[in-house]
Design a protein around this ligand. Structure first.
Ligand SMILES: *Cc1c(COP(=O)(O)O)cnc(C)c1O
Length: 350
């Protein structure tokens, strides 16, 4: 179950943190697993006009859904792909001097583009020195740059000194490109203070209910995703019996086990074997044994009337995305984007 009204509300809440800035939406990876086709129009209706995707193909898909939005493609420009950018009116995020030159030659500055400057991630973007040099170069004037952006390394950890270094470096970049919009903040960056926000906010995770302020425990976002499944069957096991592949769990006493029709092939992480939980009738029930490709075994002894057909919640209520991610030794982002194609996505609150 995906709460579209909550996504719109989260977008408004994030935007309200910086009333003078524009709030974009990052909808790569099929809107973080929530379904681009359902999510994008809701964000557009809420007032969002700028969208970011990772891949060109995602941009083409987004254009079909969003005829009137500005759509940026984050993951680097490849020579020869100008026609696709032109046809779908997409904006490349240029991440190196090479890409910039190719774009200028190929597209003749006919379409706006963004310039990505790397202030510490060492992943995509011109170095700060390259960008400062470029500002004085004639080629820059022909590139049609509408946005300069950078990406934060540790925005979810405000105490990390790298935040201040990146904020300062990006301020230098802004000064070198006067009159061009700037964008630095992802979800957590929005909560790093005024100097991190600039003109365009780029939240992704928080739109979908992830906590942008994990240090504060209190999530300022509304939850979006509920993952529920009916119990397939319930059985009783004796003390000493095992459950699942490789017998990685042994009943310490007589127990009642429920089987759920979800497994790692659905994106529920196998690393949550013997660690994760599901809620049945509001009771936290431990996952026991190894998670299979298509099945999970739950200890429902604490729910005496647990039976076939009763709903188990794997994500939702106290099992929020961040907690599910932590329990599986990963992050909520991976849980979200892993949500598999076998699930039925039911949308509420459109
Ligand atoms: C994914 C991404 C974002 C969104 O980050 P969240 O932490 O999900 O808010 C913003 N900017 C860039 C460059 C990204 O790759």
């Amino acid at each position: 179950m995906i709460d579209l009204a909550a996504i719109a509300e989260n977008w408004r809440r994030l935007g309200a943190q910086a009333p003078d800035a524009e709030c974009a939406a990052v909808v790569k990876a099929d809107a973080y697993g929530c379904g681009l086709a359902a999510v994008a129009p809701v964000l557009f209706r809420a007032g969002c006009r700028t969208f970011f995707v990772a891949h060109l193909a995602e941009g083409v898909a987004a254009r079909a859904i969003l005829p009137d939005a500005d759509i940026y493609v984050l993951n680097g420009f490849r020579p020869g792909s100008e026609p696709s950018y032109r046809d779908a009116r997409l904006r490349p995020v240029l991440g190196s001097c090479e890409e910039l030159t190719e774009w200028v030659e190929g597209a003749q500055g006919a379409l706006p583009a963004a310039l990505h400057v790397d202030t510490g991630m060492n992943r995509l973007g011109l170095s700060v020195a390259e960008a400062l040099g470029l500002a004085a170069d004639a080629v820059f004037g022909r590139a049609g740059i509408a946005l300069v952006m950078s990406h934060l390394v540790s925005a979810e950890c405000p105490d990390q000194p790298v935040n201040a270094r990146q904020i300062a470096a990006f301020a230098d970049i802004r000064a070198a490109f006067p009159g061009i919009s700037g964008s630095l903040a992802n979800s957590s960056g929005i909560y790093l203070g005024r100097e991190a926000r600039h003109d365009l906010l780029r939240p992704g995770y928080a739109l979908f209910g992830g906590n942008p302020t994990p240090y504060a425990e209190n999530n300022p976002m509304r939850p979006v995703v509920r993952l529920e499944t009916p119990i397939v069957q319930v059985r009783a096991v004796e003390s000493g019996e095992t459950a699942g592949y490789d017998a990685r769990w042994t009943a310490p006493a007589p127990r009642r086990l429920a089987t759920l029709s979800i497994g790692y092939a659905d994106g529920y992480p196998r690393s949550a074997s013997n660690h994760g939980h599901a809620l049945v009738e509001g009771v936290l029930c431990p996952i026991v044994g190894l998670i299979s490709m298509d099945l999970i075994i739950l200890d429902v002894t604490a729910v005496p009337d647990a039976r076939r057909g009763m709903i188990a919640t794997l994500i939702g209520d106290e099992l929020d995305l961040d907690r599910v991610g932590r329990t599986a030794g990963t992050i909520g982002y991976e849980i979200l984007t892993g949500l598999g194609s076998r699930y039925v996505r039911e949308y509420a609150g459109a």
